[in-house]
Each structure stands twice: as C-alpha cells, then as structure tokens.
Design a protein around this ligand. Structure first.
Ligand code: APR
Length: 278
C-alpha cells in the first residue's frame, strides 16, 4: 500500500465523479443513538418479552399494533434528542460541494441527516423515517407523526391513551413508516430502485457505520463494484463491507469512527466546512 492510500485512491478521480455515501446506525452512535447490533444495541438488548427484531415485523404489528408503536415511540425519544455530529456535518459539506454528483443512501430512520442539512432530494431514507407514519387502507400514505404524541418510557409498556388517539386516522391506527424485517423494499415508499440506480453509476462508493446486515446496501455495493467504483468503508469494527473492500483492488477500509474519517474525506474531496453560525 502507498503511504497515503486514501489520497492515491482519490487522485484518479475526475471532476465529474459521482459519489454515493451509505450510512448505517454507526454514524449516529456518536450522537447518542444506540446501534442495533453493538453490545448495547437495540437488537442485542431486547425487551422483557420480545427481542426488538421480533417486534419490528408486519406480523407482530398485526398481532399487537400498540406494542409495536410503543417500541418506536420509546426509540423516537433518543432519535429526536440527537444532535448531528461531525460525521453528519461532513456529509452536509459534501452535498453542498458535490451537488448533483452527491447521493446519500441511509438505513437510519432517525432523521438526523435531514436535520443536519442534507436535502430530501438527495437523501434516500431506504428504511423509512421515524417521524412519519403511514395511513390509508393499505398504509400507503406517508404523513408526519402529529405534534404532541408522547414518547414511551420503555419499549414494552402500554401505549398511552393520548398517543393512541393521535395516531388514529379515520378510525384506523396508523403504522410507523419503517421497513420491517418481514417486508420488501418498494421504490414508492423507500426509493430503493433510485438508490440502486445511483450506486450503479457511481465512481466513489463509501459505506459508513453499517454492519452490512440488510439487503439493499449490499446490493448497492455490488452495483458500484461492477461499475469499477473506488470503494471505501468507514467503521471501527470489522464488518461485511470492510471485508469486501479489503478484497477489492480499488477498496480501502478506514478503520475508525465516522466523525474522525468523514471530515477528512470531505476535505480531500474539496468540500469546505460551513462557516460557524454567530
Ligand atoms: N463510527 C462508525 N461506525 C460505527 C461507530 C462509529 N462511531 N460506532 C459503531 N459503528 C459501527 C459498528 O461497528 C457496526 O458495524 O456501526 C455498525 C452498526 O451496525 P448495526 O447496528 O447492524 O446497524 P446497521 O448496519 O445500520 O443496521 C442495518 O438493520 O435492524 C435493521 O433496519 C435496521 O437500519 C437497520 C439495519
């Protein structure tokens, strides 16, 4: 490996290089939102009665919809309290710099990328958004969760009455706008085809803070590799993407946190940090 492999990988880039960034729970870990599969992760710790991976299913929503809501309203408190960290902010700088050549595919439903300043147009929330719910006969209509819906203190308590009434539309309890374990990606709801299209055309593909346990990001990586993209994984721990990039000629694992490496990468790509607000 050359002395600065990151620089030499990127030196081959042309000014029209398209860049796709894929983020997972790890980028928000430094903003205080637990990951799913880490030692303190939601899927690791679980609730008293169910593991969250059992709760996060359409099948369980049909059996016990209020319990499912309660789990998401518990998690929503941590998501809404989280502030963007330097990793999120670097992605905002990158979008401002790269404009139409920038795409962000996120598995996170915490909404932090949008709150940090990334645009809705270029942020593909492929697993949904925890500030939204779906209503209608086939739960096809995405609407914001109304103001004033209380959080749940625990993931497995009763759904408070005020929450139930505010989440009910035309006599029907809405569902969270979250892609569950027993569901498929759909372009209309998750912009999944758009995500794969961008991956297939990209020259740089960067995964950040993901274990690589879900389908679409892995498929997107395969598309990008087929296009000969430079592939970078940012993650302190070994994972499916770090293993992939290490076996790929134009790949690099930046072992460390998102808040360490994303600002460095943004600088190398020519993005300037936004001026500090007064
Ligand atoms: N910076 C970068 N990566 C980090 C950091 C950090 N500061 N801290 C932890 N990580 C890494 C972990 O090493 C791990 O590889 O973040 C990853 C988190 O993995 P998961 O918890 O599996 O999260 P993610 O890959 O986003 O999960 C994908 O699975 O449960 C579903 O729908 C849910 O969107 C979620 C999907």
């Amino acid at each position: 490996m050359p002395s600065n492999p990151l620089k030499s990988l990127l030196s081959v880039r042309d000014p029209n290089l398209r860049c796709v960034f894929v983020t997972g729970a790890g980028i928000s870990a430094e903003s205080g939102i637990p990951t799913f599969r880490g030692p303190e992760g939601y899927w690791t710790v679980g609730s008293r009665n169910y593991t969250p991976a059992e709760i996060g299913t359409w099948a369980h929503f049909q059996r016990a919809p209020e319990q499912v809501w309660c789990w998401y309203l518990f998690r929503r408190r941590a998501c809404n309290a989280a502030q963007p960290n330097p990793g999120h902010l670097a992605l905002v700088d990158l979008e401002r710099h790269l404009q139409g050549q920038f795409t962000l595919i996120t598995q996170n439903v915490d909404g932090v990328h949008l709150r940090a300043g990334n645009s809705r147009a270029r942020t593909l929330e492929v697993h949904g958004n925890g500030d939204h719910m779906r209503v209608g006969r086939g739960y096809e209509r995405i609407v914001p969760i109304p103001e004033g819906v209380p959080y749940c203190e625990r993931g497995d308590e009763e759904l408070p009455g005020p929450a139930r009434s505010r989440l009910t539309v035309d006599g029907q309890l809405a569902r969270p706008h979250i892609l569950w374990f027993d569901e498929y990606y759909e372009e209309r709801l998750h912009r999944s085809t758009t995500a794969l299209k961008h991956a297939a055309q990209t020259g740089l593909f960067v995964t950040v803070g993901s274990s690589g346990s879900t389908n679409l990001p892995l498929q997107a990586a395969a598309e990008a590799a087929r296009n000969g993209a430079v592939m970078i994984d940012i993650n302190p721990n070994d994972n499916a993407f770090s293993r992939f990039v290490q076996g790929y000629e134009r790949g690099l694992w930046l072992q460390g946190s998102a808040s360490l490496w994303l600002p460095k990468l943004a600088e190398l790509l020519g993005a300037q940090p936004a001026p500090e607000a007064d």
